[in-house]
Write a protein that binds this ligand. Structure first.
Ligand SMILES: O=C(O)CCC(=O)C(=O)O
Length: 273
């Protein structure tokens, strides 16, 4: 049974502030994981129980499937995307009084059993895609549906990189990781020391929107399944005229410059009473 009153300790907070990421204990139990995996399959099979499709996949390569806003399509996936405990943990880490869903993303790396095409996720900072939000007060909760390790392409993060501002090297889709790493070593020097986020299914890693991260290929014959829940401070405001003005949430909600991002499509997960 999950304790919904539980919060990261002072030590956890200090770790997050120093390193730009933090890994929770298992907070999604096995029964719920089985259900989540079944509903992930439903969405991939085009079965949308709400009658609404997710936002189109930005890119769907054979080695990596990335599907935005599956919470539109499926009630079980939606329940996870707006999970109050995840929202509360994120608020604590962001040091904010409320957290709102920015968007969710199902991520599926099929493994060599299904495809021989392997996909990396290039090094990037999420905020490079979200500069239409005035401040980088956003955090991603990455929920492992399977055990993850270097072998199946777990995420890797560069500790402390969230303190460096936006970097020049930033591309989720880049497959030439060595070239990216040369650029990052030039900019970051000795700080470029990636660590793998190895977790058991049901654990959740949280990374700051400026933390550099990426992942290698899934070289196992089993899938690597997860949901990334991108969360922002409930106070987050729109900044017009950035290179991310084409972001789906700007197109959907059409905020005015300086306005708070609000609306039914951006549900609050947590609000301090
Ligand atoms: O799943 C991955 O390997 C990368 C996910 C990612 O970039 C994110 O959640 O921000």
């Amino acid at each position: 049974m999950v304790d919904y009153d539980w919060l990261p300790s002072d030590h956890d907070m200090a770790f997050f502030n120093e390193n730009g990421y933090w890994i929770s204990p298992k907070i999604i139990d096995d029964e719920r994981l089985t259900l989540l995996n079944r509903h992930m399959d439903n969405v991939y099979n085009g079965e949308f129980e709400t009658g609404r499709a997710p936002w189109k996949a930005w890119k769907d390569t054979p080695g990596l499937r990335q599907t935005d806003n599956c919470h539109w399509a499926d009630y079980t996936l939606r329940e996870l995307a707006v999970d109050p405990l995840i929202g509360r943990l994120a608020a604590k880490l962001l040091n904010t009084k409320s957290t709102r869903l920015w968007h969710d993303q199902l991520l599926y790396k099929p493994g060599t059993g299904t495809t021989r095409v392997k996909a990396n996720v290039g090094w990037h900072q999420d905020y490079s895609y979200w500069q239409c939000v005035a401040e980088p007060a956003l955090v991603t909760a990455w929920v492992a549906f399977d055990d993850v390790s270097a072998a199946n392409g777990c995420m890797q993060v560069v500790p402390g990189s969230h303190k460096q501002g936006l970097m020049k090297v930033n591309d989720f889709y880049e497959q030439n990781i060595e070239q990216q790493e040369r650029g990052l070593k030039e900019s970051l020097g000795g700080l470029f020391k990636p660590v793998p986020i190895e977790m058991k299914a049901g654990q959740v890693s949280f990374h700051h929107a400026l933390t550099i991260h990426g992942s290698g290929a899934n070289t196992t014959d089993r899938p690597r399944r997860s949901m990334a829940i991108h969360l922002m401070s409930g106070e987050a405001r729109y900044k017009a005229g950035t290179i991310n003005d084409h972001h789906m949430n700007v197109r959907l909600f059409q905020p005015k410059d300086g306005e708070r991002f609000v609306g039914d499509g951006l549900p609050l997960l947590y609000e301090e009473k």
